[in-house]
Every structure is written in C-alpha cells, then in structure tokens.
Design a protein. Structure first.
Length: 70
C-alpha cells in the first residue's frame, strides 16, 4: 500500500522556494516547524526524508507522497 499524506502542496512548494539550496534535512524540518506545519505531519516528513543535503525544492517534493488527483 502506498503511503499518502495530506500536504498542502501549494503551501509546501512556497516554503521550499524561499530557501537557498543546498539545505539539510534538519534545515527543512526547522522550516516546517517555524511555519506551523502540524507536529504529526512533521514527524512523517522526518521519517520519509533521507538524512542528506537537498539541492532544489523539486528534489524534496519528489520524495513526498501525495494523494492521487482524479
């Protein structure tokens, strides 16, 4: 079964576009906390994202499962 998360993709995309890359996983998690993402969602993102530096917003977004659009 594929895992999906209820993520506001537009909001997340906007947050990620404010960063200067490369950024670490820790930097991303801190950004999410500072911008009011729910604690449960942050925990899921911590579990999904690898412990590495990311070079672009798209690199991060590609790793986040999303719901299927109909």
């Amino acid at each position: 079964m594929e895992m999906t998360m209820n993520v506001d993709q537009k909001h997340l995309n906007q947050l990620l576009r404010t960063l200067h890359y490369p950024v670490s996983k820790g930097d991303l998690i801190e950004l999410f906390r500072q911008n009011g993402l729910e604690a449960g969602l942050i925990s899921e993102l911590e579990a999904i994202l690898p412990d590495k530096d990311f070079n672009s917003a798209n690199e991060v977004l590609d790793l986040i499962p999303t719901w299927e659009e109909s």
